[in-house]
Design a protein around this ligand. Sequence first.
Ligand code: AMP
Ligand code: MG
Length: 340
Amino acid sequence: MRVLGIETSCDDTGIAVYDSADGFLSHLRFSQALHLEYGGVVPELASRDHIRKTLPLVRKVLGPDHAGSRPGKIDGVAYTAGPGLAGALLVGAAIGRSLAHAWKIPAIGVHHMEGHLLSPMLEAERPEFPFLALLTSGGHTLLAHVEAIGEYRILGESVDDAAGEAFDKSAKLLGLGYPGGPAIEQAAKNGEPGKLRFPRPMTDRPGLDFSFSGLKTACALAVAATPLTASRVADIAAEFQQAVVDTLVIKAERALAQTGLERLVVAGGVSANRLLRDRLGRLGLKHGVRCYFPRPELCTDNGAMIAYAGCMRLLAGQRDGPAFEARPRWSLTDLPQVGG
Ligand code: AMP
Ligand code: MG
């Protein structure tokens, strides 16, 4: 089965083709830069830009330079149905369902976070079930026990800002631009963690929930304390990155101990972070736990993970009914099982 995937939940238009026999064929992404001057995503501008970019990218991804697949060879359309920005989701849903209708093939709305947590399945070395998933993106930070596709138990999640959001907001305070994660990672290379000391939030008490808004406040206080020289910015960035990574690693280690799971899947935009990948890799070695990461370009929002998750569900016979729905809020635990 060959599936076209469409991701428009936030500020990336991601389009891809996944084939259950041939694997991941091609993906294209357009990351909206128009939010740069606002320091954050402006929902209405995001929706309008998805309208401009989605169909041209679909044409391109199906063209000879990419998947080389005609519409007639596509067996299903998967689009992100939630969670995300309502207007942005509606663009992908409307286009995805219209294409499926015109091509007389089924469509399916995919949960964005399910896409992320299955994204390591796009790589040659795929994790077997069950596994622990650490999802850390711009909108979510969570640990989940994954028994099978659609069988997710949330072990802990952020009670306020997501890790990626904290990177973005702190980068803005430091004058480092958007998106903040890569900017802070870059700036941290010239800095020294530990020159200032930021908290490792909620690690001193039991439980697997996260809280990152205090780190943003610590960053704001450090910015206000002394004039912002380049070396001061680098030291703040380094300590901020270290604090986020320490916190994620401590909670991941705790969740592994609690569940006894032997595989760890790390996904979402923040999992592109080199320090996080290295530290979790070392944690895995220490405990005999195998770690799986998507390649960095598939960590952030993309169409390939949506095509994959949709393909698995379409193969199991699931598909959209006539009702049209985008779900800005949607829990991972509300999904139907696949083949269960
Ligand atoms: P997503 O929501 O999955 O598309 O991921 C986007 C989020 O990932 C944004 O908040 C980025 O700042 C963050 N991000 C991307 N690359 C990195 C990185 N190298 N280090 C830390 N955070 C990152
Ligand atoms: Mg995402």
